[in-house]
Design a protein around this ligand. Structure first.
Ligand SMILES: [Fe+2]
Ligand SMILES: [Fe+2]
Length: 280
């Protein structure tokens, strides 16, 4: 009946991470794989990685991270903001990979049924409230600490006037879709940025939290009946619980990060049925 698996933050610009992806394989022909954003900075590399995985897993579900949306300065004519996102959605459609723009699929394998909802919600700086009362002050503190997310320079919000507005629009749309989900069916909520502020409290640099999500989704794990919430972005792979709901940070991260984690081999996380890590 298979396993609903997850990984994220593959960052395949790095050769060691490409080798990791090349070695990924399902345990059964029924396995699905959630890829939780930050596959790569360039659409070509995203296509390479998702194409390889789509050929191996029964179904691949992708959500964008901030890295897929970065627009390098040396490519001024490249699509920006929403256009960049839709370019990636088109690549996924060609590969048969599901995105937040598709109907939410139902996992019918072991641990199911569950509605798997890939989300693209971005962030609105509200998690910065732990270090300062205003966005302006939180940003000032981040600059002073030398902890400024690359998004500030390269993640364009076009046609929205800023990333907060884009985030608000995405949240509103996803909220309406989730409100109409089949009653009584548990959900698996998938978003690159954590839906709950809690996971950001273990960041080494609290200044970074402002780029990590939105307080608008603080109760979604309860409100939308989540069996599990899957996220990445923090590069702190861990399982934690909020209000009795399992949150899985499934990032691989950069080679210097995962090679230093002697206590845990990087691999795939079992989301449903709930289980320990499956070695790559
Ligand atoms: Fe990442
Ligand atoms: Fe990220």
């Amino acid at each position: 009946m298979g396993t609903l698996l997850a990984t994220g933050d593959l960052h395949v610009e790095h050769a060691d991470n490409r080798r990791f992806v090349e070695a990924l394989a399902p345990g059964s022909e029924d396995d699905w794989l959630i890829v939780c954003g930050d596959v790569a900075d360039s659409p070509e590399r995203v296509e390479w990685a998702l194409g390889l995985l789509a050929a191996r897993f029964a179904r691949v579900i992708w959500v964008p991270g901030n890295h897929e949306l970065l627009c390098p300065r040396e490519e001024p004519a490249a699509p920006r903001g929403e256009a960049r996102y839709l370019q990636l959605v088109e690549i996924c459609r060609r590969l048969g990979v599901l995105t937040p723009e598709d109907p939410y699929p139902v996992w019918e394998g072991d641990g199911g049924p569950a509605l798997v909802a890939p989300l693209f919600l971005l962030y609105d700086y509200s998690f910065g409230r732990r270090i300062a009362p205003t966005k302006k002050e939180a940003l000032r503190l981040a600059h002073a600490a030398g902890v400024v997310c690359v998004d500030e320079f390269l993640l364009r919000p076009d046609p929205h006037s800023n990333r907060e507005e884009w985030c608000a629009a995405r949240v509103q749309e996803a909220e309406a879709r989730l409100e109409e989900r089949p009653a009584e069916m548990p959900t698996v909520l998938v978003n690159h940025w954590p839906l709950h502020e809690g996971p950001t409290q273990i960041l080494r640099h609290p200044e970074f939290a402002q780029w990590c999500g939105t307080t608008l989704t603080a109760d979604w794990h309860q409100r939308f009946g989540a069996a599990a919430v899957v996220y990445g972005h923090l590069h702190i792979p861990v399982t934690s619980w909020y209000d009795g709901v399992r949150f899985e940070e499934v990032s691989l991260g950069y080679p210097r990060e995962w090679s230093a984690r002697g206590w845990r081999r990087p691999g795939l996380r079992a989301i449903l049925p709930e289980a320990g890590q499956v070695a790559a």
